[in-house]
Design a protein around this ligand. Structure first.
Ligand code: ADP
Ligand code: MG
Length: 464
């Protein structure tokens, strides 16, 4: 129990008001991620005497917030209520499992072991990510088909693990969450959990500190469906990789479903334990690419309808032609357009759309530097950065240099001269030549086009 003490000052408020004030203040003190992960799932149940009873998704959850946010919670309660308040908690199921035919049918129970608890932990799934609102496109065909298949039959297909990869903002997280949501919708008592790999690492480190590694590992080993996003962030975290390796093996042997995502295919995850890379290749790796024009238009149409916006086809096509590599940015553009139109009390017309697209391009350029671009390109192509400044004409180095120049021109505000100087003092005409040849290669070779699109996403990710 958390005891939060102070003398009473404020007039009485009802529970919902108090909780609203409490969350508002917490929100100003923690990151969005912390807020969504640890505070939004808390449900206030009742206020009696000087106690607030809340419902939490799991014991682990309670211990985590008690350890990390106890003083913040106390302080905030104090500010909000100004009186002696204690918080008690109950652990409870998030969702009442729906009765399925199978459950209603009589079952033969052969042993007297207690039945494992149903979904008593927070699966960290966002209900807004579904298959229904995931637009089909050639760019995501395989990934979507495999995701659908495993959500129908988790652990029962050869797609185990399902490994989704691709650039930023292309729908990996959406698809992974859709898998989790679908499985829980069909079978509410499946133990499903979604989390980004960096949260997994943080939890692991915490469990070491509090001497609870076995509990931590046991929790994940008890899952029916383990969904870990952005697995590339395990690179360089040897201990976490090691533990994850064992969890992976336990789950895989028990035919539990594993779903992973990354910005690159398994074989390119340099610095990750080889044993993991080879396991990641046991199932199916499916990439998601940048959406083509039709898919981008379809996504914009759907999203604008969802937002209740009236946008002409001409405008949707304009946006789809201007923002090409990232669906998150497409979405961002619509939201910005909506904001611009209501802030200035203007209709959404082509002019406003053009201005909005321009603003987005400017926002994007602010953080991107030639150095960042060079780093990302060289690491993606496994080329030594220093070689880009040399005179060498080795094929892969020339390609890396041309790509870096191309992106420097596209994504930064640097002049051709400045760009040339960054690459061993080359002339501005060399920069122009490089840009032209990348443009041409993209037209002639679709694999270069994909490479360019993926790199652009990676650069934007690295600089965001
Ligand atoms: P990633 O994890 O690959 O970086 P996300 O899954 O976060 O990308 O997707 C970014 C945004 O784009 C999300 O809001 C997501 O809902 C949306 N999105 C991505 N792909 C699609 C799609 N095919 N249909 C509808 N929305 C999509
Ligand atoms: Mg993601």
């Amino acid at each position: 129990m958390l005891n939060i003490g102070l003398i009473s000052k404020a007039p009485p408020k009802n529970l919902i008001e108090i909780w609203g004030d409490f969350l508002k203040e917490i929100k100003g003190n923690v990151t969005q991620m912390t807020f969504n992960t640890w505070f939004l799932p808390i449900k206030p149940l009742e206020l009696s005497n000087s106690t607030i009873k809340v419902q939490l998704p799991s014991q682990f959850f309670w211990e985590w917030i008690d350890e990390h946010y106890k003083s913040l919670i106390s302080k905030t309660m104090q500010n909000v209520l100004g009186e002696q308040i204690s918080l008690t908690y109950v652990i409870s199921e998030e969702v009442e499992p729906k009765k399925t035919e199978k459950e209603i049918a009589p079952q033969v129970i052969e042993n007297t072991k207690p039945v494992p608890p149903k979904q008593e932990h927070n699966a960290f799934l966002n209900y807004r990510y579904t298959f229904d609102n995931f637009i089909k496109g050639e760019n995501n065909q395989l990934a979507r088909a495999a995701a659908t298949a495993i959500s129908e039959n988790p652990g029962g297909t050869s797609f185990n693990p399902l490994f989704l990869y691709g650039g930023v903002g292309l729908g990996k997280t959406h698809l992974m969450q859709a898998i989790g949501n679908k499985i829980l919708e069909k079978i509410p008592d499946k133990r499903v959990i979604y989390l980004p790999s960096d949260i997994f690492t943080v939890q692991f480190v915490e469990s070491i500190k509090s001497d609870k590694v076995n509990e931590f590992s046991g929790f994940y080993r008890s899952m029916d469906v383990l969904i870990i996003d952005d697995i590339q962030f395990l690179i360089g975290k040897e201990k976490t990789q090691d533990l994850f390796f064992h969890i992976f093996n336990t789950l895989h042997q028990a035919r539990k479903q594993i779903v992973l995502s990354s910005d690159k295919p398994p074989k390119d995850l340099k610095g990750l334990d080889e044993r993991l890379i080879s396991r990641f290749q046991w199932g199916l790796s499916a990439d998601i690419q940048s959406p083509d024009l039709e898919t981008r238009i379809a996504i914009l149409k759907k999203k604008s309808e969802d937002y209740g916006m009236l946008v002409s086809d001409e405008i949707l096509e304009y946006i789809a032609n201007s923002i090409t590599s990232n669906i998150r940015e497409l979405e961002g553009c619509l939201i910005k357009l909506l904001a611009n139109s209501s802030l200035n009390s203007k209709d959404i017309n082509l002019d406003l759309a053009k201005r909005t697209v321009k603003e987005i391009a400017t926002d994007r350029k602010i953080n991107i530097s030639i150095d960042n671009i060079t780093k990302t390109v060289c690491s993606a192509l496994s080329v030594d950065e220093n070689k880009l400044r040399d005179k060498t004409r080795k094929k892969e180095i020339v390609l890396a240099r041309q790509l870096a120049m191309f992106f420097s021109k596209e994504l930064t505000k640097s002049s051709l001269k400045t760009i040339g100087l960054h690459f061993g003092g080359r002339d501005h005409s060399t920069v122009i030549h490089s840009c032209n040849s990348i443009e041409q290669m993209q037209q002639e070779d679709s694999s270069i086009k994909t490479l360019v699109e993926n790199l652009r996403s990676q650069i934007e990710l690295a600089c965001s």
